[in-house]
Design a binder for this molecule. Structure first.
Ligand SMILES: N[C@@H](CCC(=O)N[C@@H](CS)C(=O)NCC(=O)O)C(=O)O
Length: 211
């Protein structure tokens, strides 16, 4: 039985999804980081870096923090971790802050943010190629019609890419004004074609409508 200490953030959800997918029984202990519950002494004993998610494995008493370490641990425990690849660096197959991942047409695309590139792998992690960008590739989005978009940080742009990673359309520019990005981080599109872009640096959500 796993005790999961978590809150409703992407890092927290990663572990809930993994536990569900791996079929492991678990009990959720909410840690409301909006109320600073992550600084409570009893939680700090489990997660000294005052961050969710964290787990305690009641089978062996092990406490673990950091979502990547927890995922690896759970994969090892259940034997469901198929493969891993990567490592810090700038060479083919290495990453400097992998920020978004997309499985598409039998390939795995990784937004290798700080190396300013998208790397393309086969499903087993074999490096195939890469696309270079001026900005920091942050978030992929695939529209209902199959078009691939990339929110590109600091270049202040959202790009639409063709199948070779070439930008065929773009909008946005760096700045603080209307339609200008501090860092375009992630985007989504409504069925009606309105585009929402989360901007971490300007701390705003941009909405774009078709004219
Ligand atoms: N590298 C950590 C990041 C965890 C993290 O940033 N957790 C945030 C919520 S998503 C948190 O607990 N923040 C509270 C704080 O920093 O005090 C991981 O992947 O688990």
């Amino acid at each position: 039985m796993i005790d999961l200490y978590t809150w409703t953030t992407p890092n927290g959800r990663k572990i809930s999804i993994a536990l569900e997918e791996m079929g492991l029984p678990y009990t959720v202990h909410p840690v409301d980081i909006g109320k600073d519950e992550q600084f409570k002494p009893e939680f700090l004993k489990i997660s000294p870096n005052n961050r969710i998610p964290a787990i305690v494995d009641r089978d062996n008493g092990l406490s673990l923090m950091e979502s990547g370490a927890i995922l690896t641990y759970l994969g090892d425990k259940t034997g469901k971790l198929v493969t891993t690849w990567g490592g810090n660096g700038t060479g083919p197959g290495q990453f400097d802050q992998p920020h978004s991942i997309l499985v598409r047409n039998g390939q795995v695309l990784v937004a290798d943010r700080n190396n300013r590139r998208v790397q393309i792998f086969d499903p087993n992690g074999k490096y195939i190629s890469e696309w270079k960008f001026a900005g920091l590739p942050c978030g992929f989005f695939v529209a209902a019609n199959g078009d691939l978009y990339l929110a590109s940080g600091f270049a202040g742009q959202v790009l639409r890419l063709d199948k070779n990673g070439k930008a065929v359309a773009m909008f946005g520019q760096p700045g603080k004004g209307l339609g200008e990005f501090g860092e375009a981080h992630y985007m989504t599109m409504t069925p009606g074609g309105e585009i929402y872009v989360a901007d971490t640096i300007n701390a705003v959500l941009h909405k774009f409508v078709k004219r």
